[in-house]
Design a protein around this ligand. Sequence first.
Ligand code: ADP
Ligand code: MG
Length: 243
Amino acid sequence: MISVRDLHKRFGPTTVLDGIDLDIGHGERVVVIGPSGTGKSTLLRCLNFLDTPDAGRITMGDVTVDAAHATRAEILALRRRTAFVFQNYALFANRTAKENIMEALVTVQGRPKEEAERRALAVLAETGLSDKADSYPASLSGGQQQRVGIGRAMAIGAELILFDEPTSSLDPEWVGEVLDLMRSVAEQKQTMLIVTHEMQFAREIADRIIFMQGGRIVEQGPPEQIFDAPRDERLRRFLRRVT
Ligand code: ADP
Ligand code: MG
């Protein structure tokens, strides 16, 4: 489904991704954990060129992009196959919930407005927000805003949805409803790559956990291995801190 080889990224003198290899299968749910500042967001952002990787290769389906010589067309092809859920929701403040979901369907996918609207309303129903279709983000709770953010990602039918700490900005009272929505996305066999600090949720939803530190994948495996029998001392130290 997606295959990443030897991905590198620096910001000035700082190496943030130091040779990442990653394969994700169709319908697989992969959770990335690790200390802050370790390159988790940068990894997700490099996968669809929100950040431009310096070197490495990304393959999705029939699209292979060599980071060092990526063309505009290749980057767009990659972006069309992915959707991103941001920590801070990143909704358009001057658009309603429905319009936020319609936006990419119309401008990126070129669908007719009526069709985009039907799709947006269907997704709002799935996210439990039908009665908020015409509400602006400022009048929604954090949990509702993030559910719109996830609905937007669901609507475009992306092969891979990237979630970057989707509950980290939320007041605790809204975390549960966002995790519930992610569970229901997972039930649809959606391929998901999730950065989260919600360890209980990670254990429950993940087919595989990846532990990153210092821009590298230090250890990966099924949740039972990572949480119950961690091998690397850095992972053990991390788990002692967060659990
Ligand atoms: P994580 O998501 O694991 O907390 P990030 O990927 O956000 O880590 O950041 C990894 C490192 O890269 C940090 O040291 C951060 O300061 C740096 N970094 C991230 N984005 C930028 C940027 N746009 N410009 C400069 N440095 C950045
Ligand atoms: Mg981050």
